[in-house]
Design a protein. Structure first.
Length: 156
């Protein structure tokens, strides 16, 4: 089992909500892992998953008719265009969406499916935040991540 020295949060966002969630996690979970990096997906490709000592967290909204946000498109597309085995990758997913749409949280679900197809290992369940729930995504996301991260670190 690999040792985890970093939580790398890759952010796909249109309205910055996913970025705010990632920043809340960075502040709230700093006592669990010393190095938490928040990185917007802008211009990234499959090489974003090259650190074997990182635990990855995909934090993304859903855009349009169930698509990944524009800033996440290059990374998502590269996972299909230049696929390679990602068996060393352990990751989680925070998917933001609105349950009044039939494509609820599809941005996160699409990343999850593509990463699993490449051999990456999801830790825990995909977590979906519903914009219609009346709760604050940053608060709920940080609370979920503390539990998720604690379990992931204990398993490592």
């Amino acid at each position: 089992m690999q040792s985890i020295t970093q939580l790398k949060i890759l952010v796909g966002t249109v309205t910055n909500t996913a970025e705010y969630v990632a920043q809340a996690i960075q502040m709230d979970c700093a006592d669990l892992v010393g190095d938490i990096e928040v990185q917007l997906m802008d211009g990234l490709d499959i090489s974003a998953f090259d650190n074997p000592d990182a635990l990855y967290l995909i934090c993304t909204s859903t855009y349009g008719t169930g698509d990944v946000p524009d800033n996440a498109r290059a990374l998502y597309d590269s996972l299909g265009a230049t696929p390679r085995f990602l068996g060393h990758v352990r990751y989680g997913v925070i998917a933001l969406g609105d349950s009044s749409y039939p494509t609820f949280c599809f941005g996160g679900k699409k990343f999850d499916e593509r990463l699993q197809d490449l051999g990456a290992q999801r830790v825990g369940e995909l977590w979906c935040h519903d914009a219609t729930a009346g709760t604050i995504a940053e608060v709920d996301g940080a609370t979920w991540c503390r539990q998720w991260l604690s379990s992931a670190l204990a398993a490592a």
